[in-house]
Structure formats: C-alpha cells, structure tokens
Design a protein around this ligand. Structure first.
Ligand SMILES: Cc1cc2nc3c(=O)[nH]c(=O)nc-3n(C[C@H](O)[C@H](O)[C@H](O)COP(=O)(O)OP(=O)(O)OC[C@H]3O[C@@H](n4cnc5c(N)ncnc54)[C@H](O)[C@@H]3O)c2cc1C
Length: 444
C-alpha cells in the first residue's frame, strides 16, 4: 500500500463496527485527498460502507463570519461531489467532541486528516482517548509528511530543504485512487434550508472577501494563475507594486486544494525552470518548514519559548530601547500610523484578507518597532492576522510572524530595538519598488 508512510495508526481496537468513518477535518476536497483514498481502501478491504463526516463547529478557535462563509460555500459544493461519487456525506453542526463520538458509536474505524496545530491535536486526542475504535491519521496536506521530513523542530529553510528534496519524488508520486463502490448512500446536511446569515448568527461578523470557497474555485484560481502569472512568478512575485502572487493560500489553508496538485499542474507548463523552483521553494520548503514549526512547538503563543538563543538574547538586551513611535492595537487595527505604506498593508489585510508577501514582512517588522514590548507586538500581530486574514490561523501565519522576531532567520548587524534581528526600512521599500503603484493598487 503506497500510502503507508502518510498513514499512522494511532489507536488499535478489537471492536468491529458497521462502517468506516472518515472525519474530514483538514482536507475539504475530493481530489488528491490521501485520507479519503485510504478510507476507501479500508472500506474495500473490510467490505464495509464508508461515511464521510464534516463537523461545523461554530466555536472553532478565532474563526469569524469571513472564515465560515468561505468554508461553508466550499462545503455546499463538496456535498454535490459526494452525491456524484455515491459516498455517504454528513455535515453536522455542533462541537467536534460531541458530534464525532456520536458517529463513532457504530463505527469500525476512524480515519482523519493530520493536524499541525496544538489545539487541533488536543481536540483529536480527547476524541481518541474516549472512544474505543481503530484510529488512523493521514498526512495529506503536505507534499512530504511532517514526521517523514523531520522528527524535530528545524532551524531554518537551510536545514529542512535537503530533507524535503531527498523525499520529494517519492511523495509527489504516491497518490493512488481506489475504486470504491459503496452501494446505497445518504447525504445529510445540517446547513440545508437555512440562509447563510441564519447559519452564522452566533458568529462574529466580519465582511467576507472577494474570493469564494471550494474545490472548483481553487481549480479556477490555479488555472488563472498558471495561464496569467506563473510565466513571471520568479521575477515578479516579490514586487508589491505588481500582482503576481497566486492567492492560493486561502484554498491551501482550508484544504480545498492539495500542494501536490498545484505542483503537478505547474509541471505541465512550458516555462523557465526558475518559476517551478520558486513555486517549490515557497509552496513546499517554506510552507512545510512552517508546519514543522507548529507541529513540534509546544506553545506557538509564547515567543520566548521557541525563538533561537541568539534572538532571545539580543531581544532581551534591547527590550528597553526607546521607541520613536508607539501605537495601540486600536491604532494598528484602524491603520492610524504615520506610515502610509504600513497603513496600506493593514488596509489590504482588512479588505482583501491577506497582505502581499513582501509587505507582510514589512507589516510585521514595523509592529515590533512601534510597540512597547516584544510580547505585545507578537500578540498584536497574531490577533490581527488571525482575525482578518482569510489564510490566517494557519502554520504559515504563526511561522511568518515568528520569522519577524528571528525564527528561521540568521543574525544581522546590531541596531536599536531589533538588536541582531533583521530590520526593514521604509527607504528600502522605496528604493526597491514603485510604492505609489502599490498604494493605488491596494487602496481602491
Ligand atoms: C508576518 C507574516 C504573516 C504571514 N501570515 C500568513 C498566513 O496567515 N497564512 C499564510 O498562508 N501565509 C502567511 N504568510 C506567508 C506568506 O506571506 C503567504 O503564504 C503568501 O503571501 C500567500 O500568498 P499567495 O498564496 O498568493 O502566495 P504565493 O506567492 O503565490 O505562493 C504560493 C504558496 O506558497 C506558500 N508560501 C508563500 N510564501 C510563504 C512563506 N513565506 N512561508 C510559508 N509559505 C509560503 C503559500 O502556501 C502560498 O499559498 C505570512 C508571512 C509573514 C511574514
């Protein structure tokens, strides 16, 4: 079985049940979903029907209307896909720890997507602990499964890169589709019959962004990216005055698309190899470094528990340095700083649901420079990113913010406030890019 390195049996049981349960929790798609295929394989092997369960938990950590709207649009489409596949699909509203056990009572085995954040691992562990059933976790959202790439927290891209490159061929090509014919099936959807506002009445309102959730929307965006932007990706992706990013982070975050699919489609395009190399570096090396960080880090909210020693020492030395500007969370949130480029980045975050990758680094660095303490700056950044970014609450977000404080980076020449942590300046932006073009592109 080709998938075995993606699959971990986390609990064994002698209990026999009536069906296999795939609790879809991180990979909300049909294509390139190793968890779904493994569940189909087990169903064929055990000659039992398969049920796919999605739980919509409105108390999901830090999620608001913007996130749920995107997610639910994708789920509605998924229900149609499962109907076509004739596989039972259940969408239930309620807490994970109540709904999943209800479906486990008569289940033979549980298959679920691997989690990379501690709180999501804790939810799973509570369910695993209290239910006597065979349990399998499948690592389907990464090219190289997190535990296969490394068994410890990595220092930086330079340490994880060779590990990933060594294993990439194997894991880019391990996907197999199983021909499961389940016979009778049912589609049960708690979301049917309610307007979106009725469904989301208990959720904090935040205006949705101009992207629609779902697997087919992800496909459409991927095709547009490959046809229009990919030919110039290496050269232009880093320029905030231009719009050459893929925006696929929204869909990757919700598991509406697999990075393997993105790479396979990109490989079909006849273009300068630099474009594929740049995509691989971001989508695989950097993204999987971020997942390595959150998977092995005990507390992603405690800055000084995970930074490298050189960064901790230098920040402690500079913690009392005078800040020329000091802003509160409210100032930041309502883009009221003296810096029009920073304000534009925050505006972009609020209105588009993410910031251009170069400006995202600048955005993080300046909050450090203009906040009373490093701990407060970290809290402000996590709060703003998780609230407004549609791709927020993701390993990439926590690793990206941690990077601003020196994580996965090296020491630079010492200066005030930042010590040896890399600094970014407004002049640097103006020298490198047409920043007026960035302003007019972002602020409409
Ligand atoms: C302070 C800060 C906060 C960030 N917050 C988030 C976040 O909440 N969610 C998020 O997905 N990314 C975050 N990033 C990383 C990066 O900025 C985004 O992944 C990228 O801009 C997403 O846009 P895109 O999909 O158009 O990227 P593209 O340039 O088209 O890249 C394709 C994919 O590669 C991956 N990728 C690109 N850059 C990075 C990176 N630096 N680290 C890890 N993966 C990367 C993403 O999955 C992305 O979708 C953050 C970076 C910083 C510095």
């Amino acid at each position: 079985m080709d998938y075995l390195e993606r699959v971990r049996q986390v609990k064994k049981s002698s209990k026999r049940g009536d069906y296999l349960l795939y609790w879809m929790q991180g990979a909300f798609r049909v294509e390139y979903n190793h968890s779904l295929e493994f569940a189909k394989y087990l169903a064929i092997d055990k000659n039992l029907p398969l049920k796919v369960l999605v739980v919509v938990d409105f108390s999901y950590k830090d999620a608001n209307y913007r996130h749920f709207k995107f997610f639910i649009d994708g789920l509605l489409e998924l229900a149609d896909r499962f109907k076509d596949l004739k596989i039972s699909f259940h969408v239930k509203i309620g807490p994970f720890t109540e709904i999943v056990p209800q479906y486990l009572r008569k289940a033979d085995s549980l298959i679920t997507d691997k989690a990379y954040l501690k709180w999501l691992k804790d939810v799973r562990n509570e369910i695993y602990k209290n239910n006597d059933v065979n349990i399998y976790e499948v690592d389907t959202n990464l090219v190289v499964p997190v535990q296969a790439a490394s068994t410890k927290i990595e220092y930086g891209a330079y340490t994880i890169r060779p590990k990933i490159h060594k294993l990439k061929e194997k894991f880019l090509n391990d996907f197999v589709i199983f021909d499961y014919q389940g016979g009778s099936f049912e589609i049960e959807n708690d979301l049917n019959g309610l307007s979106i506002d009725e469904k989301l009445k208990s959720v904090h309102y935040l205006k949705p962004v101009d992207f629609k959730g779902g697997e087919s929307e992800a496909d459409k965006l991927l095709r547009d990216f490959l046809n229009e932007k990919y030919y110039f990706f290496a050269e232009k992706r880093g320029d905030p005055a231009l719009d050459f990013e893929s925006n696929l982070s929204f869909y990757l975050h919700f598991g509406f698309i697999s990075p393997i699919k993105i790479l396979k489609e990109a490989l079909k395009i006849d273009t300068n190899p630099e474009n594929y190399e740049t995509l691989f570096e971001q989508l695989v090396v950097r993204r999987e470094l971020a997942h390595n960080f959150t998977y092995y880090c005990d507390d992603i909210y405690d800055l000084f528990s995970f930074l490298p020693d050189w960064a901790i020492n230098t920040l402690i030395e500079h913690k009392n340095d005078m800040r020329n500007y000091r802003y509160t969370l409210e100032d930041f949130e309502s883009f009221k700083t003296h810096d029009k480029f920073w304000n534009a980045a925050q505006y972009e975050l609020i209105h588009k649901g993410k910031i251009h990758n170069y400006m995202r680094m600048y955005w993080g660095k300046k909050v450090i420079e203009w906040t009373e303490s490093f701990e407060d700056a970290y809290k402000v950044l996590v709060y703003l990113n998780d609230k407004y970014a549609l791709d927020g609450r993701d390993p990439n977000g926590y690793a990206g913010i941690a990077w601003c404080f020196g994580m996965h980076d090296r020491a630079f020449q010492e200066r005030k406030i930042f010590g040896k942590v890399r600094y970014m300046s407004e002049n640097g932006l103006k020298q490198k890019f047409d920043m007026n073009r960035y302003l007019s592109r972002v602020i409409s």
